[in-house]
Design a protein around this ligand. Structure first.
Ligand code: MRU
Length: 342
């Protein structure tokens, strides 16, 4: 599998090759690829590659490999539920195959297995691609004409297999002539907004400007921002939403200024097993990602650092959730259940 190494963007466009589940998990952990839907899609292919590598010799062998591979992939990062969704889905698919094809696997049966698993992995990605288009349309319809919009982190094409979630909404609205201006927060410490989102917006021809995160409140107050749209890594069953660190603060500012705050995310981002935001594990990443910028230390040696990579925005601060199945507003458990049933 070829992976665009997002750590090098926007300066270099380079691909790395991953050959198995361990390589996929490492690329995910090290942020060579990132973004909730994308790490799920990569996990689906990482699973398929692992079966190709290990060539299960029987149904029992397949079941063992499937369980181990899914666990390996899921250990890469804890917050984005799309990763768990894809790994669990591939494991369940393999187990179903094993149940339907008991006993030893002759070469023809193995070939059938590998091609069926590849097909399922492709389905995970085509579903994501389609979901992005649908979210783009639903989201664009919510925005006013001449919209001045703000986003945070990177929820664009780079984070998905399609046009993106939040950035997909912006580019879809731009194509309909509705975007006057877009602001991207730089998203300290990993700078997804500065390195990736503004790059994507510029490539799409969206009139846009980059902000440091601490400029957001001032710009919202003074520059006529009339919508904020972000993506999500995990949405609890009551609508509490984990997204990139800084999202919660933006939502509080949006509430103060009565600016609608939208979350665009495909339904695999909704974790109905999580009762509320407290059930979501927040990934803590390395201190170096805070104390170093492009290899240069920017804080005293030995400094103590916190680095929660995500925060949780309470459902009450979210005007609407935009999924591929429609718009959820107000954001309540009941409305989420209705949307999922669509
Ligand atoms: O740590 P990352 O870069 O993988 O986090 C991604 C995000 O939090 C994005 O903001 C996003 O909304 C989820 S991916 C569409």
């Amino acid at each position: 599998m070829k992976i665009l190494d997002q750590r090098l963007l926007p300066d270099q466009v380079k691909f790395i090759t991953v050959k198995d589940a361990a390589g996929t998990a490492k690329a995910t952990k090290d942020m060579a690829l990132r973004g909730a839907p994308l790490i799920g899609c990569a996990a689906a292919f990482g699973f398929a590659l692992e079966l190709r590598r290990l060539k299960p010799r029987s149904a029992g062998d397949l079941e063992k490999i499937a369980g181990k591979t899914a666990d390996l992939l899921k250990a890469a990062r804890p917050t984005a539920v799309a990763l768990f969704y894809a790994a669990d889905r591939m494991e369940a698919f393999a187990r179903k195959f094993a149940a339907a094809h008991p006993g030893k696997y002759a070469p023809a049966a193995l070939k059938g297995l590998l091609s069926a698993v590849d097909k399922e992995a492709r389905l995970v990605t085509t579903e994501d691609e389609k979901a992005c288009l649908d979210m783009g349309n639903y989201g664009a319809a919510l925005l006013p004409k001449n919209c001045v919009i703000m986003t945070h982190c990177n929820a664009g094409a780079l984070a998905t297999m399609g046009i993106g979630t939040a950035v997909g909404v912006i580019t879809a609205a731009h194509k309909k002539g509705k975007i006057k201006h877009a602001y991207s927060c730089e998203t300290r410490p990993y700078l997804q907004g500065a390195r990736l989102t503004i790059w994507e917006l510029m490539r799409e021809g969206v009139p846009s400007e980059l902000l440091t995160d601490n400029m957001a409140a001032h710009i919202i107050k003074t520059c006529g921002v009339n919508a904020i749209v972000v993506g999500a890594d995990r949405i609890a069953s009551n609508g509490d939403t984990a997204n990139k660190i800084g999202t919660y603060g933006l939502a509080v500012i949006a509430k103060h200024h009565k600016v609608p705050f939208y979350v665009a995310a495909p339904t695999p981002t909704i974790d109905m097993k999580a009762r509320d935001g407290d059930a979501i594990i927040i990934e803590e990443r390395s201190c170096e990602e805070v104390t170093f910028v492009k290899g240069k230390r920017i804080a005293p040696k030995g400094v103590r650092v916190r680095h929660p990579a995500f925060d949780v925005t309470p459902a009450g601060l979210i005007t609407a959730l935009i999924t591929e199945k429609g718009v959820i507003s107000p954001v309540t458990r009941g409305n989420i259940i209705k949307n999922l049933a669509n």
